[in-house]
Design a protein around this ligand. Structure first.
Ligand code: IPE
Ligand code: IPE
Ligand code: MG
Length: 241
């Protein structure tokens, strides 16, 4: 835990609190649009702007990895018009993402199941940004249960007969960046909705009532401050007390 007077600025807090990886459940786009009498698609467009602002800010304050939940395996159930609008936005973002400095993008989930158009864009962004210093994982057609099943099937294919926790950790999509320290869900719902089920075992959770398009860097600072005051025990005892 960090005392109040040690906290000069947010980058310092990030460093001192050991916050390396934040995951965002970017929820509330549809309600944001509906509240304004607009079609839900407008909410996704506004949400994409917030995404850009927040991931840039994360990078500027020293967060090594940001993982964002952009489209779940269950979101395909939504009306075709909304789903197509989300895919279109992804395509637009891929073009902009290529211009971002020092970020490596990785898509997690099964974007290959969404047709050649989507998959081509996804792999293009990954290959153009390879080697960037910080990481943005975009969960697209992602489901936490599907991810665990995928990991187990990979292990079975390698002729594994006894599977350990380390094996699964090494075969989930985020194996190279580790588990999120903090998961932030906007949109006033207090649930995980099939996000990072394996990785969230000891993540700190932060729920915000703000709808994602209205989520600000100030609110992110607040969540980070909150995180820095938590005592992470991983089942043990607090060694600092
Ligand atoms: C999150 O916002 C984005 C996606 C799930 C694609 P929603 O679209 O779920 O917005 P609400 O929850 O309906 O307001
Ligand atoms: C979770 O939000 C998925 C994303 C943010 C991409 P949902 O809006 O799909 O979750 P539920 O349906 O409220 O649980
Ligand atoms: Mg929602």
């Amino acid at each position: 835990m960090i005392s109040e007077n040690e906290m000069d600025n947010i980058s310092e807090i990030v460093e001192k609190s050991g916050l390396k990886h934040i995951a965002f459940i970017m929820d509330g786009n549809g309600r944001w649009a509906t509240k304004r009498g607009l079609p839900r698609e407008f909410g996704h467009k506004a949400g994409a702007e917030t995404f850009k602002k927040i991931v840039r800010y994360c990078r500027s304050i020293g967060i090594k990895t940001a993982t964002v939940y952009a489209f779940s395996t269950e979101n395909i159930k939504r009306p075709k018009r909304e789903v197509n609008a989300i895919f279109r936005l992804l395509g637009e973002y891929v073009e902009e993402g290529k211009e971002e400095k020092d970020v490596e993008f990785k898509f997690i989930g099964a974007p290959e199941e969404l047709g050649e158009d989507v998959y081509k864009k996804v792999t293009e962004l990954e290959s153009v940004t390879k080697g960037g210093k910080s990481r943005v994982n975009v969960a697209f057609n992602y489901g936490g249960r599907a991810e665990i099943v995928h990991a187990v099937n990979k292990l079975l294919k390698d002729n594994k007969t006894v599977i350990t926790e380390d094996d699964i950790s090494a075969n989930v999509y985020t194996s190279d960046v580790g588990d999120p320290d903090l998961i932030i869900r906007t949109g006033n719902e207090v649930r995980i909705s099939n996000f990072l089920l394996w990785q969230c075992a000891y993540s700190e959770l932060y729920f915000s009532e703000t709808l994602w398009p209205d989520f600000s860097t100030d609110e992110l600072d607040k969540a980070i401050m909150d995180f820095s005051h938590r005592s992470r025990r991983w089942g043990g005892l607090d060694t600092k007390k």
